[in-house]
Design a protein around this ligand. Structure first.
Ligand code: AMP
Ligand code: MG
Length: 400
């Protein structure tokens, strides 16, 4: 058996970032910048008011209360033509440009507008710049807004839009093909014949791929026939950036997947010291990474989390990072007797009132018992022979 750390290192050492493309910002969420973005516009583009109120000259508010002549109104999106003179006020709405001559804003709550709207009483003294948002206070032309390798989030997209950037250079979204292997698999609603089961892995894996920000490509079921398996994998290698297959990586006598992949790819077959998901294969067909995930449904999902997800993140331009394991409190016993493996137990849990994750077993822990995995919020990491009793701390890998 190979340790999980060694297996991950073997895989991640062979993964690299894809090439860059230009995409409209509307499509760039969760993608990674290939180049730094430099601002060519300032934000805010002009001095404007942060409050609804009255634009005034600060010097007019030294002795209050004071009554000023109302000479106009300016709303967001319009401008005041002319200059505010001493003794005058202009009604102004949040976001509207500061009129020439005005240097402060008095919030509407500290004013009394005359019934004829010809004058306004100002109740407080305000300093120069009061409630004024200066031009360029957030962004200056020439500012490096975001460096290369920034993972774009909704906030980033808003900033890009605010400076007039319509498209960005980002790392391409990986196209990831998903193949199921096995003679027993059925993917329609007909009654099962003896020995048949329904293909669940492909549906799970396609959704996991899509949820991790990649383009999921359904490559179908390759039945246990060498020619069909070869064609499915070669098709995938031609049209995709990576392939995930499930099944056929264990010791089964009819697993042609192994034979075919060894013929068309450069594969390493592993027995990883973990439970579930011990059998795992990784290799390259040409330069396309192939992840041979185990067939058992829970195992294929766990294997995806440990090997495929971090690889797809690197392909999409994200940095290589350790497994994001966080501390939780075990509400159940998560102990297991020594068998040479680290166990990834399916647990339900959430952040409780004490501000910490609390987890308990999500149900049957067999690698075929997908319901517990579906219910699980996290995988609890139970080291070989670990004693983890209720109230003890345990590391968990939170599932998306
Ligand atoms: P294998 O790795 O091909 O030996 O398969 C291990 C177990 O997983 C067997 O019980 C298979 O029937 C099951 N299995 C393989 N592929 C799938 C799949 N796509 N959906 C559900 N179960 C599967
Ligand atoms: Mg099989």
């Amino acid at each position: 058996m190979i340790s999980l750390e060694d297996a991950r290192e073997f895989v991640l050492d062979r993964i690299s970032s894809l090439s860059a493309v230009e995409v409209p910002i509307a499509e760039a969420d969760a993608m990674v910048l290939a180049d730094a973005v430099v601002a060519t516009e300032q934000v805010p583009p002009f001095a404007n008011t942060a409050m609804d109120g009255f634009a005034v000259r600060s010097a007019d508010t030294t002795d209050v209360p004071v009554v000023l002549d109302m000479v106009g109104t300016v709303a967001a999106g319009s401008t005041f033509e002319g200059t505010l003179e001493a003794g005058q006020a202009i009604r102004i709405m949040t976001g509207a440009p500061m009129p020439a001559g005005a240097d402060a804003v008095v919030m509407v709550e500290r004013t009394v507008l005359a019934a004829d709207e010809q004058s306004v009483e100002i109740e407080i003294t305000v300093p120069v710049g009061n409630h004024v948002r200066g031009a360029g206070e957030d962004v200056q032309p020439g500012d490096v807004l975001f460096p290369a390798a920034t993972l774009l989030t909704p906030g980033h997209l808003g900033v890009l839009a605010s400076v007039g950037v319509r498209a960005v250079e980002v790392i391409r979204r990986p196209r990831v093909g998903v193949i199921s292997t096995g003679d027993e698999l059925v993917d329609d609603d007909r009654p099962l014949m003896p020995g048949e089961i329904r293909d669940s892995n492909r549906h799970t894996l396609l959704a996991l791929v899509a949820a991790s920000g990649c383009e999921a490509v359904d490559l179908g079921i390759a039945v246990d026939d060498p020619d069909l398996i070869r064609r499915a994998f070669l098709d995938g290698a031609e049209t995709c950036d990576a392939i995930l297959s499930s099944g056929g990586v264990s010791m089964g006598a009819f697993d042609y997947v192994k034979v075919v992949l060894d013929e068309i790819g450069d594969m390493r077959w592993m027995q990883v010291a973990i439970k579930p998901a011990k059998p795992f294969a990784f290799g390259l067909i040409g330069d396309v990474p192939v992840f041979g995930l185990p067939g058992n449904p829970v195992s294929s999902m766990v294997s995806f989390e440990l090997f495929a997800r971090p690889s797809l993140e690197i392909m999409a331009g994200q940095p290589r990072s350790p497994l994001p394991i966080v501390a939780a409190i075990a509400d159940d016993s998560l102990s297991h007797s020594a068998d040479g493996k680290t166990h990834f137990l399916r647990v339900m849990g959430r952040v409780e009132a004490d501000g910490r994750w609390h987890v308990s077993r999500a149900g049957g822990q067999g690698s075929h018992q997908l319901t517990a995995m579906a219910r699980a919020d996290a995988l609890a990491v139970s080291a070989d022979g670990a004693v983890i009793e209720p109230g003890d701390e345990v590391g968990i890998l939170v599932l998306g």
